[in-house]
Design a protein around this ligand. Structure first.
Ligand code: AMP
Length: 152
């Protein structure tokens, strides 16, 4: 089974958490280890289009997942980001989603450079950052799934 992420289909073996209104999955081109995404099931491009229930669900998932990935990827902070619309850097995926990225000291020499990478990550190819294999993503999702057994 697969779930729509804008025009893409996310296979269930890439997904590690289902809630009532959202799902969370591993990234095709993570900017750092543990960079995952959480999105509402409903495909809407902008944050303003989410209902109150979808916002509560999405950010409650973001908090739950953030706690786990920070610990499991041996990080000490999190970057939590949303590119809400094309001028804010939303790229090829017009489907509202939250980026969750474990952070640790020294992972970026210039801390805010991470936002440049988040913005270009879907477009970056080959030499800079090639897409991960389905196997690699499935393995990471399987690892993460153990921490969210109670979801949905
Ligand atoms: P943005 O629209 O700039 O917030 O970024 C879209 C995010 O989705 C990037 O982090 C991409 O690496 C990620 N992405 C794009 N396609 C897929 C996919 N098929 N599976 C997982 N992640 C994806």
């Amino acid at each position: 089974m697969s779930y729509a992420f804008g025009p893409h289909l996310i296979r269930s073996n890439q997904i590690f958490l289902f809630s009532k209104l959202s799902f969370a999955f591993v990234n095709l081109k993570p900017v750092l280890p543990g960079h995952v995404l959480v999105a509402p099931f409903r495909v809407v491009p902008r944050f303003v289009e989410l209902t109150y229930e979808e916002i509560c669900d999405l950010f409650s998932c973001a908090q739950t997942i953030g706690k786990v990935i920070e610990r499991e990827y041996h990080a000490t902070s999190l970057t939590i980001a949303m590119q809400d619309g094309p001028e804010a850097g939303q790229t090829v995926v017009p489907h509202c989603h939250v980026h969750l990225i474990p952070r640790k000291a020294g992972d970026y020499a210039n801390n805010d450079d991470i936002y440049k990478d988040i913005e270009k990550s879907p477009k970056v190819d080959n030499e800079e950052r090639s897409p991960r294999s389905l196997e690699e993503m499935a393995k990471e999702a399987e690892f993460l799934r153990q921490f969210f057994k109670d979801s949905k």
